[in-house]
Design a protein around this ligand. Sequence first.
Ligand code: GLC
Ligand code: MG
Length: 531
Amino acid sequence: MKYNDYLWWHKGVIYQVYPRSYKDSDQDGVGDLRGIIEKLDYLKELGVDAVWVSPIYPSPMADFGYDVSDYTGIHPLFGNMGDFDDLLKEVHEREMKLILDLVPNHSSNEHPWFRESRSSKDNPKRDWYIWKDPAPDGGPPNNWLSVFGGPGWEYDEATGQYYYHAFLKEQPDLNWRNPEVQKAMLDVMRFWLEKGVDGFRVDVMWHMVKDDQFRDDPPNPDYNDKMNSYSRKIPAFSTDQDEVHDIVHKMRRVIDDYDERLLIGEIYLPISKLVRYYGEDNRGAHLPFNFQLLQLPWDAAKIEAAISEYEGALPEHGWPNWVLGNHDNSRIASRVGKEQARVAAMLLLSLRGTPTIYYGDELGMEDVEIPKEKIQDPQALNEPGVGRSRDPERTPMQWDDSKNAGFTTGEPWLPLMENYRELNVEKQWSKEGSMLQLHRKLLELRAKEPALHIGKYNPVPSNGNLLAYLREYEQEKFLIVLNLGASEEIFEPEFQWQGTVKIATHTELEGEKLNQKITIAANQGLLIKLD
Ligand code: GLC
Ligand code: MG
């Protein structure tokens, strides 16, 4: 591909905003669209290219917006359509892109479609959802489970059938085998594309089609009672069916009717299955989210193997991507420690492929312990003890050292991290050696250097817990050496090299000229421009 054939989403960096927690403009304790608008200059200066906003649609909030009751509206908590139009305009004025969250697998049980569907067996929308007769013993039609605990089926007294819900019972699954459902949701996509949104992150893409024979999921031989109840089965028939790829292709065709729009899929699957979502001839999702860095143990050999496996599995012209954090997983600074999180940032922003940064990770925000009585997440409330709460990674963004970190003057919907008086954007912005400054430098250099945004990736075999690789484009070469461990390592590759440190996790090394054999301190990362 020639340089000019690469589009914004190949070259750029995506930033995820969890709107409830970003910035509250009307002091009701919940972030909103006007709040995001206030912070667009920050995002622009930070150096990201696209903003993905988690759901902002009308919703009873049983799953904090992932239960949509109107796909083409705005929840009053977040603002109104005028605010949305302003947000889109302001994003575009800053030459950034706006990506919406699309939740097509399930709606809210309060969506008019579902109200109609459940009203009677012969309602025209009955087949828009997945209804089945009880098993002969009166129990659920099969053994499919809900990701959030308990059976995936809910009995409906009024009509004597069960409906399927992969998540909460307040999130009934739509029946994507029904052409009317397909049309309705593709029209939703067109509605937002016509407004000018730049793409979608499609929620639980691998769930969208289920086995047409409703066969039981097999037991998981690795299950133990410390795991959540969903892990009892392998979701072989309830997820990732071949037919899903036709649906993804249909979504892509809608996207392709517009200029340079982006289709991202949320997919938690092993690499071999994940890459199928690029579709035949890359006519599926542009970026099936790659969650390797969220899931692997933080070990250089394992991560290097996964990078190579992924690079090797990508279809020709399939573009890679990397995710280090999101609203469903423990924050990186809590998973690997504050020091190592800096190395992780350097990894995310120097690998080949589009990175997605989770809001607050650029500051080094950690998981916040939430007192029991303040837990909000249904995943935790449904299965106390084994259901992991996602609240700790969803706490308000820390803007300054005023009350509630400048997020709200009201009562924040989740408590803030205690350290916010020190760890906030205002204080960290120009602080030498801060995590925020490291992000700014990495984003700036990545945007400037083709080798870093589109260059080739070549692994450099190295010792111990070192992860090293080259990024190359034409004559430019960068060497990245990361110590993923807490003890010193020696780096001495087999080839001759010398260069200058452009960015270091420990800033005193920046500008140093290095060659051949170097010592890499614990938790240290170097980005070196080779001569
Ligand atoms: C996705 C979302 C998650 C949500 C679930 C159900 O995994 O990221 O937050 O709870 O889908 O919609
Ligand atoms: Mg608000």
